[in-house]
Ligand binder design. Sequence first.
Ligand code: ADP
Ligand code: MG
Ligand code: ZN
Length: 663
Amino acid sequence: MNQDNNKRPGVPEPPRPDGRSLIMLVLFLLAMMFMYFNIRNMTSPRTVESTYTDLTKNLEKDNVKALDFDTGSNEVLFQLKSGEARYRIKVNSELGSGLVQEAAKRQIPSNVTTSTDFLTILLNILPVLFMVVFFVFMFRMITRTMNSKGGIMGLGKNTAKLYEKSTGVSFKDVAAQEEAKESLTEIVDFLHNPQKYADIGARLPKGALLVGPPGTGKTLLAKAVAGEANVPFFSQSGSAFVEMFVGMGAARVRDIFKEAEQKAPCIIFIDEIDAIGKSRENGGLPGGNDEREQTLNQLLAEMDGFDSTKGVVMLAATNRPEVLDKALLRPGRFDRRIIVDAPDLRGREAILRVHSKDVKMGDDVNLKELAQATPGAVGADLANIINEGALRAVKNGRQYVKQEDLMEAIEVVIAGQQKKDRIMSPKEKRIVSFHEIGHALVAALQKNTDPVVKITIIPRTMGSLGYTLQVPMDDKYLMSKEEILTEISILLGGRAAEEVEFGSITTGAANDIERATAMARKMISMYGMSDTFDMMALESATNAYLDGRPVSNVSPETQTKLDLETKEIIKKCHERAVALLRANRDLLTKASEKLLEKETLSGQELVDIIKEFKGEDFIKESHENDPKDKQSGEGIRNLGGEDQLAPPVVDEPKAPQGPEEES
Ligand code: ADP
Ligand code: MG
Ligand code: ZN
């Protein structure tokens, strides 16, 4: 069930920085001051009120032993030769200095002093006192941060703990993420026996990045790796670093690595790494977030520095891989990406099963039906649904959970959190199915395209509806004109399918259109692939550090022509996609319905459907290679989703203005 993340056994709760001791300190200081003044008053001789006439009389009689004028309180204090008592009279400053002069004339020891009373002292001293208290407080915080157990204690609440001897989570606790688990088993094996790898001279990736929407089980997976390998688990959330005083984040990173090296083999896990790993290139005010940058630099330095054969493995999680600094993703750092996607129908059922293990379920509970009712829900939602269902059963005084409890819980969890937009209506789902199959078919039915490996209508991130993945068979550095046109038609295939099937169009293609347009425009303006302009550079790429928009090199009139020609290309590709899908209408319908039913289709499943309609040979002809062994994260192109990867790189030697090579 939903584990409470804040308390785990075996980790001593650190003492909280308490306000009580501070208050005590202030009270103590005040008490000291009181005592000081009282004692002074008690030990000094008795002071008696007197009058001005009394004093002048005694002065005349030469009966005064000493006289002081206190300008602070405007009091004259005097002692008589005949006695120990001190007398005090209230005067104004003129009178006071007159009396002092008078006394001096008569050779009476006299003084002008400026005393202040207790309140004045207090008011003067208070700011200083506050400063002292503040510094003491700061000092204690900092020393605590540095010296506490493990040397890595935080200030915020989310840093309450970060070292676990054993997480107690295993792969069994993580359902649905089979692919991710498979990628991680290698790391587990490595942690079991680093020597085996070292002997051969194999180097494992130093770090793996878990990428996926919130609540899909990234944190859980990281813990499961530690649990499976039975090694210690250091974890720290990225945002916790940034909350700290300048310099502390970097120091913390250093500490973690130092500690980890002693405890190796072990895992260092940085959750929500985008908080520190945000790209330094763009955005941010000048000067930026120094703390973040320092922390990031330290992290990069430590990752380069540590010896991976020792068995320290870095894991990190993020739901925004696109904002990460490129430096983090370079080889030797987080060079392995593990996709942790929202679960499909089968996955959701599996997750529900895991979480219902510890809950008493009635006979009528049908987890499959529950899974069907929750498209778009992620692991955290499903765990929550089971728990809400159990709570409802208790509320209704039952000993076990009924199906209606769980169905009710869907409402509570999904609607209650206003995640409604993640659940599509059946009609929307149908449209998205056709859209994605449109992309996939336009790709699969044309020659020389990359094989489709996955099509899904499960939202990947908030706002995206589905996506189609193609995996390039070879690394491509150059693309021919024909390939770009094919690529554009694939991008437009989604919308084309909507047109063919529904006769109406939706907003779902915005991202496709944007990318297709950018590609078409570049063909003409940068790659010299148009007849009109031949090899003229109409636009040049700008510094990516600026806003990344190309700058125009030509007159507004020529720009207009460029726009028109771009439109022509788009239109042709659009027509090509529509024609292709019209000609294969049955195939489109069949495949879309299959996707609608299963939510995710593998490349093989798509191929099977195509074979049904087109025969064995068709597939062989268009794709000779088997994409199966190329499913590494790198190079995957995401069609129909949103963001993700930039359009393919075409001809990119970025030689500055140097001498041209002749050819
Ligand atoms: P993320 O880090 O991806 O945001 P978490 O790992 O924090 O998600 O998941 C939150 C909770 O949701 C987990 O503690 C677990 O109870 C549940 N959960 C999420 N994904 C899964 C899954 N694949 N299998 C089982 N439980 C899951
Ligand atoms: Mg998490
Ligand atoms: Zn699309």
